[in-house]
Write a protein that binds this ligand. Structure first.
Ligand SMILES: NC(=O)c1ccc[n+]([C@@H]2O[C@H](COP(=O)([O-])OP(=O)(O)OC[C@H]3O[C@@H](n4cnc5c(N)ncnc54)[C@H](OP(=O)(O)O)[C@@H]3O)[C@@H](O)[C@H]2O)c1
Length: 270
């Protein structure tokens, strides 16, 4: 889509929940390149400040930052207050936590955090910004999910379940909101070399698991697919892996296949 047309449909502002590093930062850059002003939400203020100054300088757009915790129910009020005077026509919900370990070795507080950040957060922001977009009859919503959400996944059981929630949420919204000229896309990313992914220090991925992609490629490819389909797996190898686990393997085989690779990545550390 040409830059001017893109700005008309998805601008003048976009909000990225989890927009200070990794895939969220990459979405910020790609949208900035297209002339969209940004509201970046994340917890670490200094990181947000540094990034916002650099993006404003590099791309010549406006950036607002909101330092807030998406796990807290009070955060939506902060976001509402700080975006009242601007028109947000694109929402990217990217923030997520990925606790690695066995489900029963964790605790209920951690499980609730997964639900709050990975599931309640997107539901609340889609509800708020989706209604505003509906009034204006235009907009775009991207939920960043994961290939982990295609099937049950050991060692990241709750994370994978939360990502399945995002896939199904976005697919339903894609159908419901298209008549209001609002495009919805779920990005089912595979391994991506973000600060969070690198910090997990995965061991061997095994030969069938695609190597980590760079975040900019994930964001660029996803933005290009917004308005064209409900879901998208960036990267050729991830597309192949998606085809394998969703179309070729039985559900049981897919769980075992992904289970083995997750154990290869993290099993030795636990
Ligand atoms: N990296 C991968 O291999 C991979 C693979 C598949 C899917 N994904 C998906 O891609 C998305 C981004 O992953 P990533 O690897 O880029 O993560 P990341 O490097 O940890 O970045 C996450 C972003 O979200 C923010 N964030 C996290 N918790 C938050 C909270 N409670 N409140 C507000 N902001 C919060 C972080 O900033 P603060 O920490 O400062 O808050 C940061 O800006 C996630 O949805 C993930 O499921 C990633």
């Amino acid at each position: 889509m040409k830059k001017e047309k893109f700005k008309q449909k998805y601008g003048p502002w976009a909000l990225i929940a989890g927009g200070s590093q990794g895939i969220g930062e990459a979405f910020a850059r790609v949208l900035a390149m297209k002339g969209i002003n940004l509201v970046l939400v994340a917890r670490r203020k200094t990181l947000l400040e540094k990034l916002s100054v650099e993006i404003e300088k590099t791309y010549g757009i406006e950036v607002r930052i909101i330092s807030a915790d998406l796990a807290e129910s009070s955060t939506i009020k902060i976001i509402e207050d700080q975006t009242k005077d601007i028109e947000i026509s694109t929402l990217v919900y990217n923030a997520a936590i990925v606790p690695i370990g066995r489900f029963l070795d964790s605790n209920i507080e951690e499980h609730q955090k997964v639900i709050n950040i990975n599931c309640r957060g997107p539901a609340i922001l889609v509800d708020y910004f989706g209604k505003l977009m509906k009034k204006r009859e235009k907009g775009g919503i991207i939920l960043v999910s994961s290939m982990a959400g295609f099937q049950g996944t050991p060692l990241t059981v709750h994370y994978a379940a939360s990502k399945a929630y995002n896939i199904v949420l976005a697919e339903g919204l894609w159908y419901e909101l298209r008549k209001h000229n609002i495009d919805v896309l779920v990005c089912t990313a595979g391994n991506t070399s973000t600060p969070n992914y690198i910090a997990t220090e995965p061991d061997s991925l095994g030969i069938f698991v695609p190597k980590a992609m760079v975040p900019m490629k994930v964001a660029k490819e996803s933005i290009a697919k917004l308005g064209k389909r409900p879901s998208f797996a960036p990267g050729l190898m991830n597309k192949f892996a998606t085809f394998l686990v969703r179309r070729i393997l039985s559900r049981k085989q897919a769980i075992n296949f992904i289970g083995r690779s997750t154990h290869n990545m993290y099993g030795k550390k636990l």
